[in-house]
Design a protein around this ligand. Structure first.
Ligand code: PMP
Length: 354
């Protein structure tokens, strides 16, 4: 730290992203990326003509990608805004809607960026423990009278609330923001998009990083009522009006419109997830029923730290959180079928030594 850093940021512990190793021979199952290439239409569209336009600023209104999302999800364009990843959408929401009179609340085990935003924006969140089985109890979120942040499906637990459960939470929170972080929703959970018209305090954040195979493009978006979108746009235009670069706007549009490729990729992930979950259970792991592109697995003998370290020695990278309640688990991204088999073979070797 230099002596110039503002006092108000000196104590912040920044978010630690999953490792992006240089060694390309590693089997990388640690950051919930897609194992599949972007849609062929994305690859085709990012041509020399588009690259040569990089001397010009991008469209601050990101119209092309917004119109593709509006068409695909059946919402109006003024109900959508784009973020540089959904991380930026979340940042704008914490910034715009939380303060000393509106401290946020969220689960004890959830996306690790929420507490970081609280530190950044000087907020003191109310932390709501998950149940013993790591699921969310909807009634714990009733009548909060403060902004509610819920990842659905939740990460890293991989578990989801149903649409009626989400609606119950909304019925009991009419006068505060409810943000549902749907980063993983395409892998089998119910989206709350259909509730947008009914609950004007609902914000949904989504990402292109997982089910649209575009983690490197940094594209996320919010869907909400136009007034809330206008508030969040105020944050964006006070911070970085050109937050989405030219190439990502095009990539996002093409990925959103290629429904066939999207479905093919998501179905393949779901199939591999079923396979790997069943095989892991045979090997003594507890694997909750995942609605995401990862599983959260705990072995009956092998500790989470040991399993993580031993996989790493075998060039397989997964994610381990050294955190109370989940120390015994590892989070494993669902990659290709070949990667799943490599993981299972490595696991067999590790278990032989136990
Ligand atoms: N929400 C959740 C629950 C996540 O796990 C992630 C991925 N790390 C994000 C949001 C942010 O993803 P991105 O910024 O790539 O859209």
């Amino acid at each position: 730290m230099s002596r110039f850093l503002s006092e108000r940021y000196s104590a912040i512990e920044p978010y630690t992203p999953g490792e992006q190793p240089k060694n390309r021979n590693l089997i990388k199952l640690n950051t919930n990326e897609s194992p599949f290439l972007p849609s062929p239409n994305v690859i085709k569209a990012l041509n020399e003509t588009e690259i040569s336009r990089l001397n010009l600023y991008s469209d601050p209104d990101t119209r092309e990608v917004i119109s593709a999302i509006a068409e695909t999800l059946g919402v109006n364009e003024n109900q959508i805004m784009m973020g540089n990843g959904s991380d930026e959408i979340l940042a704008f929401a914490f910034e715009a809607f939380c303060d000393k009179e509106h401290e946020p609340c969220f689960a004890d085990i959830t996306y690790g960026f929420y507490p970081v935003f609280c530190e950044l924006f000087n907020l003191e969140p109310e932390i709501i423990p998950l149940k013993d089985d790591l699921s969310i109890e909807p009634s714990d979120y009733f009548n909060k009278n403060k902004p509610v942040f819920i990842a659905n499906p939740n990460a890293p637990t991989s578990l989801a609330l149903s649409l009626p459960q989400i609606e119950e939470i909304l019925i009991h929170n009419r006068d505060n923001i409810v943000l549902i972080d749907e980063a993983y929703v395409d892998f089998g959970a119910d989206s709350a998009i259909s509730l947008i018209g009914k609950y004007p305090n609902l914000i949904i954040s989504r990402t292109f990083s997982k089910s649209r195979n575009l983690a490197g493009a940094r594209l996320g978006f919010a869907v909400s009522n136009p007034d809330i979108i206008a508030d969040m746009l105020k944050m964006k235009f006070s911070f970085n009006p050109y937050n989405i670069n030219r190439l990502s706007i095009i990539a996002g549009k093409e990925a959103m419109l290629d429904a066939e490729y999207f479905e093919k990729c998501v179905n393949s992930i779901k199939e591999t997830r079923g396979y790997i979950s069943a095989e892991m259970r045979k090997r003594g792991f507890a694997v909750p029923e995942s609605k995401t592109n990862f599983i959260f697995a705990k072995h009956n003998i092998l500790s989470g730290t040991d399993y993580y370290n031993k996989l790493r020695e075998k060039n397989i990278l997964v994610r381990h959180f050294d955190k109370e309640r989940i120390r015994d688990y590892v989070r494993i991204t669902i990659g290709s079928r070949e990667q799943a088999d490599a993981l299972l073979n490595a696991t067999d070797e590790i278990l032989k030594g136990c």
